[in-house]
Write a protein that binds this ligand. Sequence first.
Ligand SMILES: [Zn+2]
Length: 301
Amino acid sequence: MTATSFERGLGLAPGVTLHRFVHPYFDANAWLVANDAHAVLIDTASNGDEDGARVADFVARSGRALFAVIVSHGHPDVFFGVNALRARFPAARFLVARPEIADDVVAMADTMERYGMLPSPALSPTNLDYRALFEVMPPEGVTLPGSASVTLRPWVTSAPSEFTRLTCLWMEAAQTLFASDLAYNHVHAWAGLGVDRAALVSWLGLLDELIAAHPGPEIRVITGHGPATDGNVLLAQRAYVGDLLALLDAGVRGEALEARMAARYPGHAGTGFQLHMTGTNPAWEALAAPRPAHEPSQETA
Ligand SMILES: [Zn+2]
């Protein structure tokens, strides 16, 4: 295939386009930011080497030289494509915003291996040296070669939310924010294993920080899940996390929690996976049961 058969993508800045690869099961995105010659891939939208090969095909179809792959956080759907991508694009740099993100990746791959959930031995930290693969990007970010104005500047969350640490990327010249999994666009957000009530509360604060740090709802926002949108998705995610907290604090659990959130967000994808994992998250068992409603006594009044 030639570059001309590659989808046109969204115009981000003069000569710079944005292309989306979607993993159908997780609705997870890998975003390719490209100019005429070079490209940067954000996340891998993969659940193993086969998906990784599909993402590699997608990048190859663009006809651009893959300059870097940025891994935003340590969730498997974000990093499971790196093995296939490094095999296809040996010249590409694999970047994380903090060394701790490489540690998160190793810890997640270790955990999945321990529970027999690793898709292939090649992705085990004993066979793939993630810490050697990943390079820590400078705090000012990375610039797309040939497009001096297009710099992806990282901001790493300071408290657990959807995951221990998430990397957002701001492209000032393109007025485009990659919000990672701090926001899901019309997809139920992950609030499964690893997310507790404190993380939901800090998630709200991090969204407030992100909203305050950027110009306004007219910016373009690209998320870890769902199509490209604008800054209103940050407010929508705030409402979503707030609704989930309110239901949990009202003692709603399990299937009832899933049903209430599905009814509240009828257009959202991810009911069978993300929302189901929210409903079955063992962290909610540790929460205090809501106090029974006080029944005023007529006799002693
Ligand atoms: Zn995630």
